[in-house]
Design a binder for this molecule. Sequence first.
Ligand SMILES: NC(=O)c1ccc[n+]([C@@H]2O[C@H](COP(=O)([O-])OP(=O)(O)OC[C@H]3O[C@@H](n4cnc5c(N)ncnc54)[C@H](O)[C@@H]3O)[C@@H](O)[C@H]2O)c1
Length: 286
Amino acid sequence: MSDVHNIAVIGAGTMGAGIAQVAALSFFDVVLFDSDTAALDKGKARIIEGMQKGAVKLQMSGADVAIAQARLTTNDKLADAVKDRDLVIEAVPEDLALKRRLFTEIAKAAPETSVLATNTSSLSVAAIAEAVADPSRVIGMHFFNPPFIMKLLEIVRAPQTSDATYERARKVGERMGREMIVVRDSPGFATSRLGVVLALEAMRILEAGVASAEDIDKAMEHGYKHQMGPLRTTDLVGLDVRLAIAQHLHTTLGGDQYRPPQILERLVKEGKLGKKSGQGFFRWEK
Ligand SMILES: NC(=O)c1ccc[n+]([C@@H]2O[C@H](COP(=O)([O-])OP(=O)(O)OC[C@H]3O[C@@H](n4cnc5c(N)ncnc54)[C@H](O)[C@@H]3O)[C@@H](O)[C@H]2O)c1
């Protein structure tokens, strides 16, 4: 199987835009697609801004940034976006039915040899793979937020994932400068299980009035050397995304530790989704 040269990223939200940015900076030709054209434009604008801000860190000249930006295009037709791609990375909301429908469509339009990856944080990669005729080409490539800063790539192998698919995904991770871990397909994998338990417990502590959001985060930052506390991290992830993951883990793995706290359900209902909406556990300036 040949190496991956070009990539389509499906979904231009928090993760899709970040993954597309890292891919273009890693010299891949990238097409970004979103079913919502406003989200597509917003995602592209965020990538351009992110590249400009990150140029100093990467010691890139203005010309280098312009070249990296030229490697990234957008397309508002799914079939066109994937038709000649070696790798398709899906980053749409955490909804199994939605992802399965999308994978069926992508598999029909993309070349038969392409790798189809999902950025799901918790859903069964095997269940997503069942939606395509050849499930051996499907794999989990779980990036972290924001991908430009967070180097971890959790590679999730479903029972159907072929060795060739795994090798091709791993090489892409290497070229993107990722620190990789490989996990068996299981709800929440390794990272989301650990991250969600801590975040939900922090919310229960807040809900019970034991400490303020600031102090809970400070405890983990200064007492346990976490770079960012669990509540601020949840604001960055998106409260809706965290809730969807917690609900899925509670249903599939059971156990009170994954039961979503009322405060999380209430804030999501009120549209307080974290950084992306301007308010979550903390207030975020635009
Ligand atoms: N937010 C995080 O920190 C984080 C981290 C790792 C993984 N993930 C996972 O990444 C995925 C995306 O999460 P996100 O936070 O980027 O979500 P998001 O809500 O920020 O973005 C999702 C994007 O998908 C688009 N979309 C919806 N339906 C679509 C369709 N049918 N076709 C194409 N685009 C469509 C939306 O318009 C939106 O722009 C989820 O599976 C999530 O669990 C999220």
